[in-house]
Design a protein around this ligand. Structure first.
Ligand code: CP
Ligand code: NVA
Length: 322
């Protein structure tokens, strides 16, 4: 069983070095090819992954479940409403107990503090499947998708983020500082990224991480344009107000005119057509959102292999040259 005194948690992008990020992505690309070849690869036989979700999810939940099942492991979904957590059992006790049953835990919740506390008391890997502050697995599959669609190296690209300075934006900011690509964020006043996350990334990064309120400026000459919903989970009551404030931040053909002619468009999904992205862009030739969604499954496999140290659990899956 994988009960390590030093479990490999993945809580924010900053938990990984640039080398680790690139290794995980290149591993995910190999795992994708191997999966398409139809050959089985089951290094997680006998392992159990728990998914503790306090918010809805289509992609993260199902991609992690499919990834673990394809790796030969088992999954158990833990709806927070069914756990004693809801009746006040401390996170610390929950973490200690789940560590006795499971080999890995993916959590989606509200505050990053909850994930940090669970990880602190778990001796199995804890993986952040989204908090209000971060969405670290998402960004790895996003960058994997960029690398699949672009010949250039990541560090030679300009990425634009247009919209809310939210959890996904924060993870992009940390990824930019780790990998050293240029990132330009256009967010309205009052909806800008966390100042601390931004300034520490800017201080560490070798490339510019720029914040503006002007979407045209951010998108100018970019290789990748990225957006997300205007009202994240937990902000539903502000949706109408946000629709007004964010109206100039829609990714549409006119805005794409400022980007490079071969620029691609990302969206982590779910998308609101006609709000943060127009229907024609989402379904158009520059959009790579469906590949991006698929890649979550291949990337989650690489994260699970790494987190559960599956290379140590079987003789040498890496020697399989997949
Ligand atoms: N992109 C993403 O995390 O989607 P879900 O909310 O469906 O998991
Ligand atoms: N920012 C969005 C991402 C959904 C995958 C949210 O937190 O709801």
């Amino acid at each position: 069983m994988n009960k390590s005194p030093n479990p490999r948690h993945y809580l924010t992008v900053s938990d990984l070095t640039s080398d680790e990020i690139l290794i995980l992505i290149s591993r995910a690309l190999k795992l994708k090819k191997f999966h398409k070849s139809g050959q089985p690869y089951r290094p997680a036989m006998g392992k159990i992954m728990g998914l503790l979700f306090e918010k809805p999810s289509t992609r993260t939940r199902v991609s992690f479940e499919a990834a673990m099942l394809q790796l030969g492991g088992n999954v158990t979904f833990l709806s927070s409403t069914d756990l004693q957590l809801k009746r006040g059992e401390p996170l610390k006790d929950t973490a200690k107990v789940l560590s006795r049953y499971l080999d890995c835990l993916v959590i989606r919740t509200f505050g990053q503090r909850i994930v940090d506390e669970l990880a602190r008391w778990s001796n199995i890997p804890v993986i952040n499947g989204l908090t209000d502050q971060h969405h670290p697995c998402q960004i790895l599959s996003d960058i994997m998708t960029v690398m699949e669609h672009k010949e250039k190296k990541m560090r030679d690209m300009k990425v634009a983020w247009v919209g809310d300075g939210n959890n996904v934006a924060h993870s992009w900011i940390q990824a930019a500082s780790r990998l050293g690509f240029a990132l330009a964020l256009a967010c309205p006043e009052g909806y800008q990224p966390d100042k601390e996350i931004l300034s520490s990334a800017q201080a560490e990064s070798g490339a510019p991480i720029m914040l503006t309120t002007d979407p045209q400026e951010a998108v100018e000459n970019s290789d990748v344009i990225n957006t997300d919903v205007w009202a994240s989970m937990g902000h539903e009551k502000e949706a109408a107000k946000r629709r007004e404030i964010f109206a100039p931040y829609q990714i549409n053909e006119a805005l794409l005119g400022r980007a490079k002619t071969d620029a691609i468009v990302l969206h982590c999904l779910p998308a609101h057509r006609g709000e943060e992205i127009s229907e024609d862009v989402l379904e158009g030739p520059r959009s790579v959102v469906w590949d991006q969604a698929e890649n979550k499954m291949h990337l989650q496999k690489a994260v699970l292999e790494w987190a559960m140290r599956l290379e140590e659990a079987v003789s040498s899956p890496y020697a399989l040259n997949i």
